[in-house]
Design a protein around this ligand. Structure first.
Ligand SMILES: Cc1cc2nc3c(=O)[nH]c(=O)nc-3n(C[C@H](O)[C@H](O)[C@H](O)COP(=O)(O)OP(=O)(O)OC[C@H]3O[C@@H](n4cnc5c(N)ncnc54)[C@H](O)[C@@H]3O)c2cc1C
Length: 445
């Protein structure tokens, strides 16, 4: 049987290799480190964790990433089993001894007879064969150039510019209202596509003060090359002048406050729908490098968002990722070249766990294909399914930015109470439904 080739032995590539080998299919894993280095990796080991040593919450009842852990364990995932083996005390989180973890993943793959690890950079996308590209946020320049050659320059970003994303049900609609600027759009849905949060002058001034005073994160050395092409953080805009935001993303023009039509807002914060389900909204133009704690505090100063719950907070990082909603099918194959599958952070998921989960799926799908079968993704009710459905279809392609797993990606349960108060009942209902569907998906293979 022809082997499946994987480019990149990170979190995703390592998991994919394991799944393929376990399915009885030979696999060749190509890794450029340590010959070619990145600014973040320090070793030549597989599945190196480049920053924090945490896989986040391990609560598979009340937390979406904990549910993803559960699914990866249920599917015999290598990353989770080695994380469990090298777990460190961290309360409800799954933290690991990073060196022991990576060494164990490397050893397990080296010991697997069907896995061959081949050192060296792959500089060009291959024309034939069954390949998985799992080269991560720091995809080598040569390969990124080759990907851009095939997909177009705009389709592979080098930086993310993540605006915070809010659970729609936590926006106070007695303050905010739905309206597109100048009521633009053919249909009523388009004319009401944005949620608007009005600010008075004192509220705006206090907001700018808080932005300027907030703690920020810094870029790492080597991270910034090519940055600042059209994605300035809001705090940098505010530093350029107190009025800059009011003439940029917070301009109040073309909008009438539905609750108070005669009063002109001094500034308006707009939120735009972020997924087809309509459960998530991003704050338009609010990419930021404020620290997470500061973001929550500052963004809850926005009228209408005083009780907002955030599905994800903002950030700007060096990050190579595809515009997956337009480029990939739901088997994670490049539509234009179906012998190429993508997995991990380069598909537009974010985080160690999400990346490994997409490696798990891509590995199983590639192995099925190598054996002449077809494997559909798990249902959108599961954490893995919710993620893959988001990146390959549910997300807005025009504004696509990397996504963590979160309950906002799960189809709502109609009978359940919304809002922050309903979470105690709703989250276990989501995770129970996910477990049932995931078991059924595994059983059908
Ligand atoms: C600076 C930084 C900090 C981060 N901090 C965190 C964090 O704290 N928590 C978190 O969850 N996530 C963090 N991330 C995101 C994290 O990188 C991903 O979650 C995870 O590593 C992605 O897994 P992956 O397998 O897709 O990519 P990676 O783990 O990066 O693996 C990709 C692999 O491909 C190799 N490669 C690249 N190009 C080629 C090529 N042409 N040929 C051969 N091999 C190649 C790379 O050497 C690498 O080993 C951070 C990312 C960066 C850049």
């Amino acid at each position: 049987m022809d082997p499946v080739h994987i480019i990149g032995a990170g979190l995703a590539g390592s998991e994919a290799a394991w799944q393929i080998a376990r399915a009885g299919v030979p696999v060749v894993l190509h890794e450029m480190r340590p010959q070619v280095e990145t600014f973040a990796h320090k070793t030549g080991d597989c599945a190196e964790m480049v920053c924090s040593n945490s896989f986040r919450s391990d609560d598979d009842e009340m937390n979406a990433v904990g549910q993803l852990h559960w699914e990866m364990r249920a599917a015999g995932g290598l990353i989770m089993s080695m994380a469990d083996r090298h777990r460190l005390p961290a309360g409800g989180a799954l933290a690991v001894d990073r060196d022991a973890f990576s060494a164990a993943v490397t050893e397990a793959l080296r010991a697997e007879p069907l896995v061959k690890i081949v050192p060296g950079e792959i500089r060009d996308l291959p024309d034939s064969g069954n390949w998985i590209v799992a080269t991560g946020p720091l995809t080598s320049d040569a390969l990124a150039g080759s990907i851009r050659g095939l997909t177009g320059t705009e389709a592979l970003a080098f930086f993310d510019a993540i605006a915070p994303i809010v659970h729609a049900e936590t926006i106070d609609m007695s303050v905010a209202w739905e309206q597109s600027r100048y009521d633009k759009g053919e249909t009523e849905a388009e004319q009401r596509a944005y949620i608007n949060c009005p600010m008075t002058k004192p509220e705006y001034e206090a907001f700018i003060d808080a932005l300027l005073a907030a703690d920020k994160t810094e870029f790492r050395e080597g991270e910034t090359a090519g940055y600042f092409d059209g994605c300035l953080p809001i705090e940098v805009m505010a530093e350029r002048g107190r009025e800059t935001l009011r003439h940029g993303p917070m301009k109040p023009v073309g909008l009438t406050n539905a609750h108070n039509p005669t009063e002109k807002a001094y500034a308006v914060v707009q939120l735009r729908r972020d997924n087809a389900l309509g459960t998530l909204y991003n704050i338009v133009g609010f990419q930021t490098k404020m620290k997470y704690g500061a973001q929550t505090e500052v963004f809850r100063m926005i009228p209408g968002l005083q009780n907002a719950s955030f599905a994800r907070l903002g950030g700007i990082h060096r990050n190579s990722f595809l515009n997956s909603p337009t480029l990939l099918d739901d088997r994670m194959r490049l539509r234009a070249r179906p012998n190429l599958r993508f997995a991990g952070q380069v598909t537009g998921v974010e985080g160690y766990v999400e990346s490994a989960a997409m490696g798990l799926l891509a590995g199983r799908m590639a192995a099925a294909e190598a054996k002449g079968a077809d494997l559909a993704p798990p249902s959108g009710n599961t954490a893995m399914g919710a993620l893959i459905h988001h990146i390959t279809g549910g997300a807005e392609a025009k504004t696509f930015q990397p996504m963590n797993v979160n309950f906002g990606l799960f189809p709502p349960l109609d009978e359940m109470r919304g809002g922050r108060k309903g979470r105690k009942d709703r989250y276990p209902a989501y995770t129970n439904r996910a477990k049932d569907d995931f078991r059924a998906w595994l059983a059908a293979q």
